[in-house]
Design a binder for this molecule. Structure first.
Ligand SMILES: *[C@@H]1O[C@H](CO)[C@@H](O)[C@H](O)[C@H]1NC(C)=O
Ligand SMILES: *[C@@H]1O[C@H](CO)[C@@H](O)[C@H](O)[C@H]1NC(C)=O
Ligand SMILES: *[C@@H]1O[C@H](CO)[C@@H](O)[C@H](O)[C@H]1NC(C)=O
Length: 368
């Protein structure tokens, strides 16, 4: 550590190098502090704590590595100036120069959505809205039917990725690495069975910016949607809400509640992440996290501060959850690993991810 701040260090081009090293160390320290802080707040996450500790140890290992070299692993042999840490998803013409002037590019956001050809009409409506709001759109085809989308006139403007029978989390881990999507201000990682009649992407963006929501979702229209978690239901006349109230029965939620299911989380059906939040959430997606069960209540770790302030539901731009057959859900009837709709007045229904109880795999993933 001592050497790194010392310009007389034996490394070449010491000034530059020590500057970058210091930056990296500060970042690592902040990361480390964040993990320690997060862990002490969340006593209820006991079961997963061991896992977080492993992760924290890994952070420290990274820190140690940085004592020796601060360039990305594998790039040490390259001359300075060659390494560009980030990229984007923009397509480039094979011939001629790109007309886009890099400097004049407006800030953009990304919609990534897992799609099957059976939901073509609904997806068409969603994608049109986002493309006309200057989003970059990425389709994850889980049924391999890419060619059946070619007739839509926006098809060439979207980025298509096709791998059979994988969830959006699987795709997101592999195709939305933070370095690749670092150009995008917000990342929408959505399911396909969503009605967007009352949703305007641009207005949504301006609300989350204004409200400082690092992790958010549009509210669900409770009259037309399958609502599994009360925090996601739209509250009419509000612009956003960050908690819900429950004064009767078990699992009460009031103004002092600071944890899921009362506050500090959103559902994983239509989440929206700020760039910073995504840089964190991406690391939480691991190989065994196929369905993202249990990820929702962990989001607080990535809230970039107080999860009761930075995580919320936007009421004025809202969607309908159509509950149509999608990946992992067979035609007509839902398979057992799909969430069971809660019964009205059933206190169990208000527990976080009540639906997780139906599945053994979920038991491992959920942490309270
Ligand atoms: C695509 O088709 C729709 C009608 O389906 C039309 O409104 C729209 O302007 C077309 N867009 C482009 C870019 O051609
Ligand atoms: C994908 O899932 C379907 C339905 O379960 C199955 O029939 C098909 O064989 C699977 N395809 C691949 C490539 O795994
Ligand atoms: C919770 O706090 C807010 C603001 O402090 C207040 O307006 C609201 O009435 C409180 N709600 C309840 C149910 O106590």
């Amino acid at each position: 550590m001592i050497n790194l701040f010392n310009p007389a260090s034996a490394l070449p081009d010491p000034k530059n190098r020590s500057f970058y090293c210091s930056l990296f160390i500060v970042a690592s320290l902040i990361c480390g502090a964040y993990f320690i802080g997060g862990a002490s707040i969340a006593k209820e996450y006991k079961e997963r704590l061991t896992r977080w500790k492993v992760i924290y140890t890994r952070q420290n290992t990274k820190f140690d590595t940085c004592k020796n070299r601060c360039q990305p692993l594998g790039s040490e042999a390259l001359p300075e100036g060659i390494v560009a840490k980030t990229s984007d998803l923009e397509v480039r013409p094979l011939w001629g120069s790109s007309v886009n002037n890099e400097n004049s590019k407006p800030s953009m956001s990304l919609l990534a959505i897992a799609v099957g050809i059976k939901q073509k009409e609904i997806v068409d409506r969603i994608v049109k809205k986002f493309l006309s709001s200057d989003f970059v759109v990425m389709l994850f085809h889980y049924d391999g039917a890419v060619d059946k989308w070619r007739d839509l006139n926006w098809s060439d403007r979207a980025i298509h990725v096709s791998v059979m029978n994988q969830t959006k989390w699987w795709f997101a881990k592999r195709f939305l690495h933070p370095d690749i999507v670092s150009e995008y201000e917000y990342i929408f990682l959505w399911d396909e069975d969503l009605g967007v009649e009352n949703f305007d992407p641009k207005r949504y963006l301006s609300i989350v910016r204004e409200e400082g929501l690092e992790i958010s979702q549009p509210a669900l229209d409770p009259d037309k949607s399958d609502v599994y978690h009360p925090i996601t239901a739209r509250v009419k006349k509000l612009k956003v809400h960050r908690r819900f109230y429950k004064f009767k029965g078990s699992g009460r939620c009031d103004n002092h509640s600071s944890a899921p299911p009362c506050a500090g989380w959103v559902e994983m059906m239509a989440p929206v992440f700020s760039k910073a939040a995504w840089q964190c959430v991406w690391y939480m997606i691991q190989n065994d996290l196929i369905h993202a069960w249990g990820l929702d209540v962990q989001l607080g770790y990535c809230a970039q501060g107080d999860r009761t302030k930075n995580v919320g539901v936007v009421d004025s731009e809202y969607i309908v959850h159509l509950g149509l057959p999608t990946l992992g859900v067979s035609d007509g009837n839902k398979v057992t690993n799909a969430p069971a709709p809660p019964q009205k007045g059933d206190p169990e229904a208000l527990a976080p991810s009540a639906s997780d109880k139906v599945n053994d795999r979920a038991k491992d993933a959920v942490l309270y």
